[in-house]
Design a protein around this ligand. Sequence first.
Ligand code: ADP
Ligand code: MG
Length: 265
Amino acid sequence: MSDVLELVDVSVVRDGRALVDDVSWSVKEGERWIILGPNGAGKTTLLNIASSYLFPSRGSARILGEQLGGVGTDVFDLRPRIGMAGIAMAEKLPKRQTVLQTVLTAAYGMTATWHEDYDAVDEERARAFLDRLGMTEYLDRNFGTLSEGERKRTLIARAMMTDPELLLLDEPAAGLDLGGREDLVRRLGRLARDPYAPSMIMVTHHVEEIAPGFTHVLMIRQGKVLAAGPMETELTSRNLSRCFGLPLVVEHVGDRYTAQGLPLK
Ligand SMILES: Nc1ncnc2c1ncn2[C@@H]1O[C@H](COP(=O)(O)OP(=O)(O)O)[C@@H](O)[C@H]1O
Ligand SMILES: [Mg+2]
């Protein structure tokens, strides 16, 4: 199986501090990874590398077979092959564009509409992705008027639009209420188990948000990798406790996970 992402000894240094510190990590085709770690651990920084928007200060990053910063690698060819849904993207999108337009513009690699004659095929695809994410009733609503959950689902549909080989989700369930979270986890689970869906990397700090179908976990703390590998072997109480810096117990209940701190003595 080919590598979707291969980081070797990657560091990102800002103001003399390593935000990502000597990370080696590889993601193979078809794998679905969760990145877990406390606030400020470097999760978003790692995703920014994986999306080819940030170049490492040191080390080597290969994305979809292309060497980042390498001779012959054009990030403008690479970027459409990667779907990214995160807060940074939401902020770039015009609030007064409809949901359908918001998703459609992704097909053309831009954030705003500038013409109306989109391909009928593209519109069909946009509608289909929005439907899969339960957004059919909101096609004509302005993006700026959506609830947090509706916005998150629109962004995921948007990220799917270019038919990416790699899908990156940065805290997709953050800010959702319980119903919204469970709905999203269910939809992400369906996507994660779809053999035709792209390779996926999802950032979260809650094990409750791990949808069934995710196969691997990377845990980071202060920019360093603490654990990386199959979910069954790596998502343990011991690893999670080290990752978050306090005693935690992880439980596998059905096909979901929960974690809680040990009571104080
Ligand atoms: N451009 C930057 N310059 C300096 N520090 C940054 C920059 N971007 C992020 N940081 C810092 O790097 C650390 C990791 O950030 P981030 O990757 O966003 O963490 P996470 O997503 O895990 O919460 C944080 O301490 C953050 O304040
Ligand atoms: Mg972050």
